[in-house]
Ligand binder design. Structure first.
Ligand code: SAH
Ligand code: SF4
Ligand code: F3S
Length: 474
């Protein structure tokens, strides 16, 4: 998915690529499902495999190694993987007729959740590797090439941040001016609908020194905007020191201040947060740290206290409203984003109305909403009173209509305003570049306004369905 492999067409580069192909022409195709952490992990896996001579390709039929980095969050997400594996089985067979071997690997959350079961259901698969054991991937691939079927999902907690090698400068350059950096992994919250605590394990924070080293490398390679990742990113904590002073316990707020000092890094974001971990220092960072962008993804899931309790969210709708008030007092222009689940077991019309009311009270600039999907092994799947599919569909439609109206309203409110845009890539039309607003919307900018990686001042002229249009302000 995020493999931006484009074959070089320039003379000298093409020759060098051809040489490399002749010497060691192995190719890897990685397909990424699910959340940003999977995107980050796929990049790290590609980087590690590159060191073993695997060039990335976006053409699955020419891949010697196919890796699916999977998501288990909803049934549909997991089932997509099996249909893809069915197609890959055929492909593997066709390649074998041409005398070419194909190693097929399943990584990510389906790998962790289903392990050996994947080998049983999908005979084309050679290796299954869970998110906590990616540092063993190169060795596992070698064993699979020797004909072994491998399931690598056992890990010790200290393995978690035995991460794969940091990306090389030229690779980061090819990926652009924004980057993800995982600072925390796993979850101890055990919301009753969610598989993440089982697939990603318990909450672990990555040490400050590792984070700073990777952030510095990324900045040095031209990254201007960094998004810190974690399933509960605002639960991150670690030992940090300021100006060589004594080290003390830091939360995400302190870490963000430190990262903002890295030359070249102009913008910081983080995702995904839990309302219970939004502490004062982090809220203060939204007030005092200009590099921290005024956009916050803070899922609430439901507006009904009864349902929130059944979900084990351990906050009420009003706790969440009060929290948003505090955040908006600190940073009045902050745009809120959220996740919602409709049709959790036992959800009545009145519960759903509470969710709609909360959405009206908060006003979201962006949101993701889902029909509840019972997941094996989670407490929610055991509950009686599952909501019928047609009711879930109706509620989802009503909720999405409201959220879309809010999203459009937010975009329209920016027309005529000036703002800074980080230019990320060429636009679809000649003469255009595409950048991001502080609120994460794509903005179309005249290419004369600046180069990719520049932050330019523009005035918004029009709001399209997915992006904003602008004129440069000189
Ligand atoms: N760590 C984040 C989100 C993790 S999963 C958090 O705490 O909010 C991303 C989103 O998927 C969740 O916020 C939730 O809205 C949705 N989700 C998780 N499990 C689900 C399920 N069983 N059915 C439907 N949606 C689900
Ligand atoms: Fe899942 Fe809840 Fe943990 Fe988020 S906080 S990952 S929704 S269990
Ligand atoms: Fe999916 Fe795993 Fe992310 S279940 S949402 S890929 S943490």
């Amino acid at each position: 998915m995020e493999q931006n492999y484009t074959p070089e067409t320039g003379g000298e580069m093409a020759l060098r690529d051809a040489d490399e192909t002749r010497r060691d022409g192995k190719k890897v195709f990685v397909k990424t499902y699910g959340c940003q952490m999977n995107v980050y992990d796929s990049q790290r896996m590609s980087d590690a495999l590159a060191a073993d001579g695997y060039a990335p390709t976006d053409r699955i039929e020419e891949a010697d190694l196919v890796l699916l980095n999977t998501c288990h969050i909803r049934e549909k997400a997991a089932e997509k993987v099996y249909s893809e594996l069915g197609r890959i089985r055929q492909l593997k067979h066709e390649r074998s007729l041409l005398g070419r071997e194909t190693v097929v690997g399943v990584a990510g959350c389906v790998a962790q959740a289903e392990g050996r079961e994947i080998l049983r259901r999908a005979p084309a698969v050679d290796l299954v590797i869970g998110p906590q054991t990616y540092h063993r991937l190169p060795a596992v691939v070698k064993r699979a090439l020797g004909g072994e079927k491998i399931v690598e999902t056992d890990y010790a907690i200290e393995d978690k941040f035995e991460h794969l090698p940091a990306p090389q400068k030229k690779v980061v350059r090819s990926r652009g001016v924004t980057a993800f950096l995982t600072v925390q992994e796993g979850c101890d919250k055990f919301c009753t609908f969610c598989v993440v605590p089982y697939t990603r394990g318990s909450e672990v924070s990555r040490p400050v020194a590792q984070i700073l080293a990777e952030a510095e490398q990324l900045a040095d390679a031209g990254v201007r905007e960094l998004t810190l990742l974690g399933q509960n990113v605002n639960a991150w904590h670690g030992e940090g020191a300021v100006n060589g002073g004594a080290s003390r316990e830091w939360g995400l707020g302190e870490l963000l201040f430190r990262l903002a000092e890295i030359p070249g890094l102009a913008r910081l974001r983080y995702t995904t947060s839990h309302p219970r971990d939004m502490d004062d220092a982090l809220i203060a960072a939204h007030r005092d740290l200009p590099a921290l962008m005024p956009y916050l993804h803070l899922p609430v899931q439901s507006g009904s206290d009864r349902i929130l309790k059944a979900m084990n969210r351990r906050h009420t709708g009003d706790d969440y409203r009060r929290l948003i008030d505090r955040i908006r007092t600190a940073r009045p222009d902050i745009a809120m984003s959220g996740d919602f689940i409709v049709g959790f077991p036992g959800e009545t019309d009145a519960d759903f109305d509470d969710t709609m009311r909360l959405i009206r009270d908060v006003t979201y600039a962006q949101a993701f909403s889902f029909k509840y999907s019972p997941r094996p092994g989670t407490p929610g799947a055991e509950l009686g009173d599952q909501v019928p599919e047609n009711v879930k569909n109706e509620r989802l439609q009503a909720l999405q209509a409201l959220l879309l109206e809010q999203q459009r309203g937010f975009a329209a409110s920016l027309i005529g305003k000036t703002m800074d845009v980080l230019l990320e890539k060429p636009g679809r039309e000649p003469g255009q570049r595409v950048g991001r607003s502080p609120w994460l919307q794509p903005v179309i900018v005249d290419e004369k306004a600046g180069e990719i990686g520049d932050i330019v001042r523009v005035r918004i002229t029009e709001a399209g369905s997915n992006s904003l249009f602008s004129e440069a302000v000189f």
